[in-house]
Structure formats: structure tokens, C-alpha cells
Design a protein around this ligand. Structure first.
Ligand SMILES: [Zn+2]
Length: 101
């Protein structure tokens, strides 16, 4: 569990896998293959969609009422910046189950 998240962002995360470290091998593999920093492939870090800050959804604050969540139009709920989404691993390796390697 990261302690550098703001309370609001942390409580609204819907994907607990981002906290478990399960995705870390995937980030490192992408970074190594593409020659960039692993942080780019974290929706909590540099790779986050600038529109929704990596949440995948945009919250509309309705004041006294509960906020309404809509899928982020910029990343279409994929949580990452468009430039990050363009990175790919070779099909041969991406077909494998990374956590099982
Ligand atoms: Zn977005």
C-alpha cells in the first residue's frame, strides 16, 4: 500500500491490483523493452492519464449530493496517457502470464 496517495484518490481506486505489486513485473518488462522508465506504466505515477489522473473515470461533484462517475473520455477508462498506451511488448512474450514466470 502506497502512503503517498491523497485520501480521496486512494479511496476511489477500483483496482486493488495496483497496490499489490502484481503489476510491477509488467511495468519493468515494458520499460526494458521500450527503453523508458517503469513509472510511465503506473497509473499512479508518470504514466497516468492527464485528464483523469489515472483513475479511468471522471467524477462530477454535485455539491451536497454524491458525485457522479463517468468513464474518462480521454483514455476511455484505460487510465494511462495515450503515449503510454502506444507501447507494446512483442506478442511472443506478452502472451505469457507474467506473474507466473
Ligand atoms: Zn483518463
Amino acid at each position: 500500500m502506497s502512503v503517498d496517495q491523497s485520501p480521496i484518490r486512494g479511496s476511489r481506486r477500483s483496482n486493488p491490483a495496483t497496490y499489490t505489486g502484481l503489476l510491477e513485473p509488467i511495468r519493468k518488462a515494458f520499460a526494458k523493452k521500450n527503453g523508458v522508465k517503469p513509472a510511465l506504466f503506473s497509473a499512479n505515477s508518470e504514466g497516468a492519464c492527464p485528464s483523469c489522473n489515472g483513475a479511468g473515470v471522471v467524477y462530477t461533484d454535485l455539491g451536497m449530493m454524491a458525485g457522479v462517475a463517468t468513464t474518462c473520455e480521454q483514455c476511455e477508462g484505460r487510465r494511462f496517457d495515450a503515449s503510454v498506451l502506444g507501447y507494446r511488448l512483442p506478442a511472443r512474450t506478452s502472451a505469457r502470464c507474467w506473474p507466473c514466470r
